[in-house]
Design a protein around this ligand. Structure first.
Ligand code: TXA
Ligand code: MG
Length: 367
């Protein structure tokens, strides 16, 4: 186990073989920290029922300890050990979406230490679907508290390499399970309030939830960020995922629906590209390092040398899967300025833009 800020542990690099999962499980049982793949992003795991392990997670991430952790489980029976008032809605959602990228919030039982919930009387619970994550939870017999395995303020890791960049020397082991499938964190829905409320958008959408449990609301701070209103998920108030360079999003002013004629869409896309290129050329001529984020179908608009491709217009999931990696690429390139197309009209647009807008500090240029 490490002490605060120490940077000198020998971090073991493990595979997702059953032998290596056993090594990782042993580390967790002994109070250590292991990063592991999930279907959303890599998590930084420790024993959720141990205040010391939770404390070590905060120290390794350099994260404020009032920001509660999600408890990862491998079977639904565990929920009744951790939480109370398990509503009918909770049962329906667990049945429909677990294992998978949905986190539910319920009133906590006393077995869950305050150190894990940041002092809240509720607990966030999720059953991930990644086989290595499930195997690790099962084999260790430990409920695993796991935030995303990035240093606080950096984009969440979607590969083991990203984890190693941030966590080498700070944690006991990293399980490499290859690149993740979804790339943005789980949807969080609060079931401890009267109306189920989405605290963080993700792959499981409002519509998917409402089809099963009726009305679901959205934490108002997600729609109109207001510095005077506290988001219900404490983690949503921090400036997350910010690249070192100044990121701006360039967006068309009008809504482009599926019924918009093709020429009109193409016109809008060209107008956005024009604006991005004007901004790009100006900063380039001033000697800055500049990068452009756009889907692969729009690569012909831009200077290939400075284009970082982010998925495909035909599938929002490919954009989500690449987003955090693209932001890290900007940092690696030492970008001073970054200009990104908007992804709001794509599949998963709401969840993607929630992350991109934060990374941009809500800097949007309308065309
Ligand atoms: O996809 C995910 O959920 C990933 C993977 C590793 O499972 N985990 C993740 O954890 O994103 P983290 O710690 O980066 O984000 C957890 C979010 C934070 O915004 C936190 O404030 C919120 O969940 N949260 C946790 N417990 C809560 C609670 N009891 N009430 C309200 N929000 C809570
Ligand atoms: Mg995080």
């Amino acid at each position: 186990m490490q002490d605060n800020n120490s940077n000198n542990i020998q971090t073991k690099l493990l595979t997702d073989s059953s032998e290596d999962i056993s090594v990782a499980a042993e580390i967790l049982k002994n109070g250590g920290l292991v990063a592991f793949p999930t279907e959303t992003v890599y998590g930084l795991g420790g024993n959720a029922l141990s205040p010391e392990a939770s404390g070590a997670i905060y120290a390794a991430k350099g994260r404020p300890s009032d920001n509660p952790l999600i408890v990862h489980i491998c079977d639904t029976d565990s929920v009744s050990e951790l939480a109370e008032n398990i509503t009918e809605e909770a049962k329906i959602l667990m049945e429909a979406f677990w294992p998978g990228p949905l986190t539910i919030i319920l009133p906590k039982k006393s077995i869950v230490p305050d150190a894990t919930t940041g002092g809240l009387n509720t607990v966030a619970i999720r059953m991930p679907s990644h086989p290595a994550a499930l195997a690790l939870i099962r084999e260790s017999g430990v409920y695993i508290a796991a935030p995303s395995a990035n240093l606080s303020g950096r984009p969440s890791p979607t590969t083991a390499h990203h984890v190693a960049e941030d966590m080498n020397g700070r944690i006991d082991a990293i399980i490499d399970g290859g690149p993740v499938g979804i790339g943005i964190e789980s949807t969080i829905v609060d079931l401890s309030s009267d109306v189920p409320t989405i605290l963080r958008p993700g792959y499981i959408t409002k519509k998917m939830l409402e089809e099963l449990i009726g009305e679901v609301s959205i934490d108002p701070t997600l729609i109109h960020p207001d510095p005077n209103i506290r988001p219900k998920a404490p983690g949503m108030k921090y400036t997350h995922y910010a690249p070192a360079g100044e990121l701006s999003i360039i967006e068309r002013n009008e809504d482009v629906s599926d019924t918009t004629p093709e020429e009109k869409k193409a016109e809008g896309e060209a107008a956005v590209a024009d604006t991005i290129n004007t901004l790009y050329n100006k900063k380039k001529s001033e000697g800055f390092t500049v990068k452009i984020l756009a889907p692969s179908e729009h690569s012909h608009f831009y200077n290939a040398e400075d284009l970082i491709s982010v998925g495909s217009t035909s599938s929002g999931i490919t954009v989500a899967a690449r987003l955090y990696g693209a932001l890290r690429d900007c940092d690696d390139a030492g970008a001073d300025f970054i200009y990104s197309e908007s992804f709001k009209d794509y599949e998963l647009g709401g969840a993607i833009m929630n992350r991109l807008l934060k990374a941009a500090g809500h800097r949007v240029i309308y065309v």
